[in-house]
Design a protein around this ligand. Sequence first.
Ligand SMILES: *Cc1c(COP(=O)(O)O)cnc(C)c1O
Length: 395
Amino acid sequence: MQIYADNAATTKMSETAVKIMTDCMREYYGNPSSLYTIGQKAKEQLEQARAEIAAIINAEPREIIFTSGGSESDNQALLTAAINGKKKGKTHIISSAFEHHAILHTLKKLEKNGFEVTLLPVHENGIVKPDELEAAIKDETCLVTIMTANNEIGTIQPVAQIGEICRKHGVVFHTDAVQAVGHLPIDVKAENIDMLSASAHKFRGPKGIGFLYARKGIILQNLIEGGAQERGKRAGTENLPAVLAMTAALKEACADMEKNNKHLSEIRDYLIKGLSEIPHCALNGDPVQRLASNINFSFEGIEGESILILLDQKGISASSGSACTSGALDPSHVLLSIGRIHDVAHGSLRLSIGENITTAEADYIISSVKEIVEYLRSFSPVWRDLTEGKKDFIL
Ligand SMILES: *Cc1c(COP(=O)(O)O)cnc(C)c1O
């Protein structure tokens, strides 16, 4: 059996998106900035895609700019709020401890440039508390950036409440909605969102394309200087095949959203129930307020990486709670932020399931994980210490 359960890392492109992308490469090869008919036809397609994407999140077409994906959108949003804030003497930014590195590393850079950053705790359930956010706002606060849904533990943040608080205090609100666009309904007006980042490859579109929504009135700062594309806010010849494929994938994902989420959440809860039978394990993140596709467990006495290798041998692609950066195994900052200690965070497993998953596949995942955890524990020195009472169980 071959099961792809790493959709939070990236998704397989939908067949519709692949077709539209390749058709576009053949048909609309003109440069949208060119004045002749072939160029103008490409331009028309580009602007139609922009309007369709805008409509999906209740924005206006001019509030959408196309970027290379989530990381670029996050960088541009943060730079925009920082530069615009600094002009008014505001240099304080509020975010959360478990944002994506595209946010956290950009914040580190801003800190080195004189900005003060407050990272709100996300508590044991992986959710920011709106009253704590409101209490952290100061006169100097120029930006609140909180993700819509977390990419590791899938928890969904109270975005509408955060938006309301930010609007009340006149603070710009950005949300990294990369895990949410195409998976959850989004209304930037109703939720008082000023800027939002999205990436196509997280909703079955192509890699290397995404968009940034910026409410009109927000003057975007460029990351990339050059030509006047994207109203002068993002230079470079537009990647029309990717834009059209992204738009098709998003329309498809939104049309099927309710149906997909119903099925996914049933299988998710089935997997959570089955995996919970493993002794000394715990679900990471709130059991209810989470993406329908996300299952994340920590198992005591295990190394996450070894689970992945053995799962791969059984045909299951999943992800762990540690990131192998430059040879060193660092436990995930997300798992640490919800209070998991290093040892436990290391033995973690993220399954991000796709909408075509079946109950038989879920059963296969459960039996495989059970078998692998038991096997790894059989020769784990940490597990031996725990069972011999030399160390205390945490989970
Ligand atoms: C994947 C992801 C990103 C980065 O998006 P890219 O398009 O790969 O640059 C940013 N934020 C979150 C929450 C993500 O899941």
